[in-house]
Design a protein around this ligand. Structure first.
Ligand code: MN
Length: 247
């Protein structure tokens, strides 16, 4: 059973070449995989399932094509595209996943997350995360016109850019106590997430592993489970350090 994990593609209509690259990547991977997990921030912005830019149609078609050849695909939302709902997932033949979700690979429990909730040192972001995930506010947001939603989204992004200038790299990475707390709570030795754009496989003190997917701004970043081992493919993370055997 081969499983592919990706996250943080940050696709937008402004970068059609990245959409194209993603479609080609999925076409190429399709013959080798049984399952696909997209762990958040597939899109750079999401204004609602009723406003899907036409530029994404080739990707939607390709995801549906995976579904038709029997590949099971799962979609978790990230901090950028958290407004994705069931309607869009269904349009792509994908199943929405909660964050976190525990899965089983070769008898080992793996916890999947986007990763933003682990960055607890970033207090202002966690505050924003709490209100932006409020179901009632989200429901209200979807009654706004497309241009108004775009305006709100632009304003939030601009504010986040301004605040980022004053945040250190450590603040924007995961908090290690939070990582141990979450892994303990879910009884897992393996945690796989994206979000931080710091692709790596970390060997933790207690013999556990934290696997981090990279973003796609330079080139595709992915983790592949081939039935025996998890391997991180990312230009920034070289060969030997990038595999974990599960069997
Ligand atoms: Mn993210």
């Amino acid at each position: 059973m081969s499983t592919l994990f990706i996250s943080d593609l940050h696709l937008s209509p402004a970068q059609p070449e990245l959409i194209q690259l993603t479609v080609e990547f999925l076409v190429k991977q399709a013959p080798n995989i049984d399952q696909l997990y997209i762990l958040g921030d597939l899109f750079n912005t999401w204004l609602g399932d009723d406003i899907v830019p036409d530029e994404f149609q080739p990707l939607i078609d390709q995801l549906m094509a995976l579904n038709q050849v029997g590949i099971t695909s799962y979609l978790m939302v990230g901090n950028r595209d958290f407004m994705i709902g069931k309607a869009f997932a269904e349009r792509c033949g994908m199943t929405l996943l909660a964050d976190p979700t525990k899965i089983n690979l070769a008898g080992k429990a793996i916890l999947l997350m986007h990763g933003d909730s682990l960055c607890t040192d970033d207090v202002s972001y966690q505050r924003y995360r709490r209100w932006s995930r409020n179901r009632f506010l989200q429901w209200c947001f979807l009654f706004l016109s497309a241009s108004y939603r775009q305006g709100v989204s632009d304003k939030i992004k601009q504010k986040s850019r301004e605040q980022k200038q004053h945040k250190t790299a450590t603040i924007m990475d995961v908090n290690h106590d939070e990582v141990s707390r979450v892994m303990k709570k879910h009884h897992v030795q393996y945690l796989l997430h994206g979000h931080t754009h710091r692709p790596a496989i970390h060997h933790l003190d207690n013999g556990a592993f934290r696997l981090v997917l990279g973003d796609w701004q330079q080139s595709p970043s992915f983790i592949l489970f081939d039935g025996y081992q998890l391997q991180l493919f990312d230009q920034r993370s070289p060969g030997a350090a990038s595999t974990v055997r599960l069997v």
